[in-house]
Design a protein around this ligand. Structure first.
Ligand code: 6PG
Length: 244
């Protein structure tokens, strides 16, 4: 592992793992530490999870750590329309990976509701109940991926998705071949105390480089993390970091 000197200014940190196993271990360690610290200082840890394939190994490793699981509440960064036990469900994939630690205090996005606007509104209400109406919705930790087209969460390029700032949670219509989604919006993602960005493989090299360079977030929605208020950790493998 090496710590990159280049990239966005502090408090961004870049960790470059030599392989997938190291990336998984580092991700689980960072998430575990954030959970532990949140529980020690605030009595509860609230974590929002992204979907996609990249973070699943980290969720599996995280679920095996000895942590105060009873004090952890799980939320989702985004969800794909469809059944909660279906093959494309981010909820199902994460809960399966995390194991029994996750199921009890999980707040899934109900993207199986044909009315996704209603599902988004219900999730926003759940966030407000959890965090309170007068304070920011500040997760203790979130994971984000980077799509090959530069999307993050379910905020897609050149659609205006990343500019949505009047809601905590948005319904996103089908984009090309992708099914409709429910997603946390950029203002919520930017409030997290820890943003762990995970990317692996050569197909991520270009989108990661673009996401780390200033420019319009609508072109590359993953750029939204450049405006994050908390700590941002880019946890890449060597291919995604452009080192091989
Ligand atoms: C989703 C995601 C999405 C994901 C990226 C990267 O539901 O699809 O939350 O934003 O993080 O598409 O996905 P991979 O890890 O599969 O490359």
């Amino acid at each position: 592992m090496s710590a990159g000197a280049s990239g966005p200014p502090a408090p961004h940190e870049t960790l470059i793992a030599v392989d997938e196993a190291e990336q998984v271990a580092l991700a689980a360690d960072r998430l575990g530490r954030a959970i532990d610290e949140a529980v020690r200082t605030r009595g509860v840890a609230r974590v929002a999870l992204s979907g996609g394939t990249t973070p699943l190994g980290a969720y599996l490793a995280l679920g095996r750590l000895a942590l105060p699981w009873d004090a952890v509440e799980w939320f989702w960064v985004d969800e794909r329309a469809g059944a909660p036990d279906g093959p494309r469900s981010n909820y199902a994939a994460a809960v399966r990976a995390l194991g029994p630690t996750a199921s009890a205090r999980s707040h899934r996005m109900e993207a199986d509701d044909p009315d996704l606007e209603a599902a988004a509104t219900r999730y926003a209400r759940a966030l407000r109940r959890t965090f309170g109406v007068a304070s920011a919705v500040a997760f203790d930790a979130i994971t984000l991926g980077v799509g090959d087209d530069g999307h993050t969460a379910s905020l897609f390029p050149r659609t205006g998705d990343v500019r949505i700032d009047d809601r905590l949670v948005a319904a996103i219509p089908a984009r090309g071949a992708l099914e409709p989604r429910v997603t946390l919006t950029a203002p919520v993602l930017r409030e997290a105390r820890l943003v762990l960005v995970l990317a692996r493989g050569a197909s991520k090299r270009e989108p990661v480089a673009r996401a780390r360079a200033p420019g319009p977030p609508d072109e590359v929605p993953a750029r939204l993390v450049l405006g994050a208020r908390g700590r941002v950790v880019w946890l890449l493998d060597r291919a995604a970091a452009g080192e091989e």
